[in-house]
Ligand binder design. Sequence first.
Ligand code: DSN
Length: 408
Amino acid sequence: MTTSPIFSMIAREQQRQTECINLIASENYASKNILSAAGSILTNKYAEGYPGRRYYGGCSIIDEVESYAIEQGKKLFGCEHMNVQPHSGSSANFAAYFSLLKPGDTILGMQLSAGGHLTHGYPLNFSGTMFKAISYGVNPDTECLDYDEIEKLAQEHQPKMIIAGASAYARLIDYEKLAAIAQQTKSILLVDMAHIAGLIAAKLIPSPFEYADIVTSTTHKTLRGPRGGVICSKNPHAKSIDRAIIPGTQGGPLMHIIAAKAIAFEEAQSPSFITYQQQVIKNAQAMAHAFKDMGYKIVSGGTDTHLFLVDLRSKFNDVTGKLAEEVLGQCNIIINRNTVPGDTQSPMITSGMRIGTPAMTTRGFKEKEIQELTSLINDIIVHRTDQTYLQKTQKHIIQWASQFPIPC
Ligand code: DSN
C-alpha cells in the first residue's frame, strides 16, 4: 500500500500550527469531537433534500443527524429557522441573496476596504456583478459605522437588501438602528455574523436575531466549529431559504460537516464556552491597549470584540502590512495584512495588521501572555532587518507556542 504524500503534509501542517502563534482573527482550533465527526464515514452518504424529504434512499440516520444539528443550532441562537447545509459563509450569502433578490436589484453593504466582506457587494464578486451594489464605509473621524450615512444611502438608492456584518470591524453593530433604516426603505435586513457568532452565542455582545430578517454565518471562526455556513431566518422566509440551497445553489449536503456543526452548537452551549469567549474579548482589549501604550494607533481607538486593526503608519513610515506580515511570519507569529480607513496602499500591500485572539485564547493565552506577545511583535518590527535577532526570536516562539498545545 502506498502512503499518499498528503499525510506527511498534514503532519507538517500540524507541526506548523503547534509551533506558531496564530493571530488570524477568522481562525480557531476545532475540538477532537468536531474533527472526529468531520472525518467520519458520514462523508460517504448522499442526501440531497431535507430530513424526511430526500432524493436518495438510506437516509434515515442522516435525517436524525441533520434534525439534531438544526435543533441544537436553533436552541443556541434562539432563531425560528436554521438551514445547516451551506458549505461556507459565501455559499450561505449566495443562497440567501438568491432566495430574496433578483439580478439587478440594489444591495447596500459595507465596503471591503472599510472592513466588509467580498460577498457584501465587492465589484469582482458575484454580489457586485449580479446586483447593483452600493457601499457604506466608516466615518473618517471615528472610524466607526456612520448610521446617518447608511440612512442617507438607503434613502437615495432604496436597496432591496441592507447587509450588515464585517470581516475587519472591531466595534459593536447597532442592529436596531439598521432595522429602523430598513423599515423606512422597506429593505430586507441581512446580518452576516460570521466573525462574531461565538460572541453572540455566548451572549456577550448584542444579538441581531430580534432585528434581522436573515442571519448568515460561518461555523469555524469565533464559534470554533468545522468549516461551513448556516442561514437563520424568521419562519416566513424558511421555505424560500431552503429552496435556495437545494435545488437553488447546492447539491448534496456535507453530512460529516453537518454532524460536526451539531457538536459545535452543543459545545457552544456549555458554561466553559462563555468563559472562553469572555477571555477572547479580554485578550483582544488587553492587546489593543498594549499596542496603544507602545505608540500604535488602533483603528476606531480599540475593540469591543475578538479583533482589532493596527494602523502601522502611526509608528513607522516604511512598514506596510505586507512587510509586517512577512517579518512576523519569519518569527512564527501569524497575522494578516489589512487595509485601514483612508489607506493609500493597495489591498495586496496595505498599511495595517488585523489581529484576532480567538485561536490563542483556545490554547490558553491570558492577559499575561498577551502583554509579552505584544512587546515581542513590536520588537520584531523594530528589529525587522536584524536576521540574528529574527532567528533567535523564531526559536523562542517555537518553544513558547509549543507550551500552549492545540487542544485536540
Ligand atoms: N476570509 C475570512 C476572514 O478572514 O475574515 C472572511 O470570510
